[in-house]
Ligand binder design. Structure first.
Ligand code: ZN
Length: 181
């Protein structure tokens, strides 16, 4: 295990203003990315306030249901700050005293729905709660709403991590995902 980073430090880094680093942007501001050609958008982000970068990654899995992951990590100690998994499943560990109370009802169980991993001191990204119980705005993405909700979810994620650039996504609106079992 690496160094244990304080939750307050992670929260500070989550809220820092960030910008896309090392990419050609429209008017110096906007990134256009075509999800019809590739299934992952991976970026390095920077902030004026710190001397390390942040990782930003969105993946779209067209083979196993409508699986979408949105991941944000700091690259000083490589600690995951937040990750949202649409249509994935996750098992939380048994409850421990230093874990925030809002995780307790979801401890030692599978979460069989879209969920958000939130950093817990000493536990990295091992803990998640259902997106439906979180304050994240876009609760679901499926074949009935993907053409609007995917872009909205990415935008909500960018706001959540305080990314100041606009990202415009191109997706073939006729391509859907295999249904989940
Ligand atoms: Zn997960």
């Amino acid at each position: 295990m690496g160094k244990v980073i304080q939750k307050s430090e992670i929260d500070k880094w989550l809220n820092l203003e960030k910008h896309i680093s090392g990419k050609k942007l429209i008017n110096g501001k906007k990134l256009i990315f075509n999800f019809s050609k590739e299934n992952a958008l991976q970026l390095k982000l920077s902030s004026n306030e710190v001397d390390f970068t942040f990782e930003y990654k969105i993946t779209l899995n067209t083979l196993a249901g409508c699986k979408i992951s949105m991941h944000h990590q700091e690259n000083k100690h490589y600690t995951p700050i937040v990750r949202i998994d649409y249509n994935g499943r996750h098992r939380n560990p048994p409850y421990k005293d230093n874990v925030p109370m809002y995780f307790k009802e979801f401890s030692d169980m599978w979460i069989n729905e879209s969920h958000i991993h939130i950093y817990v001191e000493g536990h990295g990204s091992n803990w998640a709660i259902p997106l439906s119980k979180s304050d994240f705005l876009i609760k679901s993405i499926d074949n009935t709403n993907i053409n609007s909700n995917f872009a909205s979810a990415v935008q909500a994620f960018n706001e959540y991590i305080n990314l100041k650039n606009e990202i415009e996504l191109i997706r073939d609106p006729t391509v859907y995902f295999d249904e989940l079992d």
